[in-house]
Design a protein around this ligand. Structure first.
Ligand SMILES: *Cc1c(COP(=O)(O)O)cnc(C)c1O
Length: 390
């Protein structure tokens, strides 16, 4: 048995001393590496940003243990789980709300498979806006709880995500709300393209050979393509990376479309996959995804739920990165792409790890802030009463 103080090694030692001077302190502005670094390529005026949360500027991790395990010495993880609500949806949310704040809009709406809604609820809470969210009744309870904790009004739609998008967009038109629906609002693409600029800077002003990206509605991949294309247009890069899009085997409309083979019933079942964040049957900008992939010499791959769950464990155990299944899809996609000869293990490859499940401490959704609806008049009636406090 050792010492009960637990600090025997420090006893009698002096604290470390340095050659103190102002020069030792960082000269950079604290918190300055955010997506607003690229505002000259964003649709916002050049005055102070109003959106209060720091978004973007996420780390590009070298992941040495993962590199050794996979035999991929130039593998990097772009860790988008480090955004304020733990997914890449925070970028789109930030730019849409920034625009809304400048125009004095008081309510934002979106439909979502989960993460866009959580990001919108958190971002609206921070910005002092009302968030009205539309999700499928299949939406994960933990994500629902987070939305209501952040004060959002949530409407569940039984017919699923596509019907939720319809209702959210109709509500935006009818009530004059800010429409954050992915694929409907081009600002979502503008915001998400900043990932390309960050990766280029973090690789010392080089683009990778390949970037692997989970695909749901499509904006994440399409935005990366646009960002890398703008680097070429700016004369900062001679080429674009190949983009590989990853979908879950049980919900893979774009993989099937890429191969020109019709999807079977079991390949279009959003409730059947663990990858809820990318389980979209009718991707909002699917054609643009396929176009970007074919122009850039990329590929689409489908991965099983087992592979996704393995990828979650491998990211935790070999890289110290916590991801939800959709967030880990790029790693599962890499393994499949290497097997199929689409990626040479020696290439510079960046995995976009898009999201992590946020802890709710076991909390469930506040009942007063969740209602099942089918039509717009039900939404209007529900909103006539103030959103109750928990
Ligand atoms: C939304 C989402 C994606 C895919 O994004 P799209 O832009 O809809 O294709 C990937 N991973 C996670 C965790 C997401 O929430």
């Amino acid at each position: 048995m050792g010492s009960v103080t637990g600090s025997a090694d420090l006893a009698g030692c002096e604290w470390l001393q340095y050659d103190y001077s102002p020069a030792l302190m960082s000269q950079g502005r604290p918190g300055s590496f955010t997506m607003w670094r690229y505002r000259k390529l964003l649709p916002v005026p050049d005055d102070p940003v109003r959106y209060p949360l720091p978004v973007g500027g996420t780390p590009l991790l070298p992941a040495p243990a993962l590199r050794r395990e996979l035999g991929t010495p130039q593998l990097w993880i772009k860790d988008e789980t480090r955004n304020p609500s733990a997914s890449n949806k925070d970028r789109a949310t930030a730019l849409v709300i920034e625009d809304g704040l400048r125009r004095g809009v008081d309510t934002i709406t979106t439909a979502s498979t989960g993460n866009a809604a959580v990001a919108t609820a958190f971002g609206a809470a921070a910005a002092g806006m009302r968030a009205v969210i539309f999700v499928s009744t299949d939406c994960r309870p933990g994500k629902l709880a987070l939305m209501t904790q952040a004060g959002a009004q949530v409407f569940q739609v039984r017919e699923g995500y596509a019907a939720a998008v319809e209702l959210s967009r109709a509500a935006a038109r009818t009530f004059g709300w800010l429409d954050r629906n992915t694929g409907a609002n081009p600002f979502t693409i503008e915001a998400k393209k900043t990932v390309a600029f960050e990766v280029w800077e973090q690789l010392e002003r080089r683009v990778p050979d390949v970037m692997i990206v989970p695909v749901g509605d499509g904006p994440t991949l399409v935005a990366l393509d646009k960002g890398f294309a703008e680097l070429v247009s700016c004369g900062l890069s001679a080429r674009q990376p190949r983009l590989i899009g990853v979908q879950a085997e049980r919900c893979q409309p774009l993989v099937r479309a890429w191969f020109g083979t019709p999807a079977g019933q079991t390949e279009l079942d959003p409730a059947a996959t663990v990858a809820d964040g990318i389980a979209v049957v009718h991707p909002a900008i699917g054609d643009a995804v396929l176009d970007a992939i074919s122009r850039g010499g990329g590929e689409m791959v489908a991965v099983t739920d087992d592979a996704l769950l393995n990828a979650v464990a491998t990211l935790a155990g070999r890289a110290g990165v916590g991801a939800e299944p959709a967030g880990a899809a790029a790693l599962a996609g890499l393994e499949s792409a290497v097997e199929r000869g689409l990626v040479d293990p020696l290439e510079t490859v960046v995995l976009l790890v898009t999201g992590r499940e946020v802890k709710t401490g076991g909390a469930t959704a506040y009942p007063g802030r969740v209602a099942v609806v089918e039509r717009l008049d039900e939404v209007e009636r529900a909103l006539a009463d103030p959103i109750p406090s928990p």
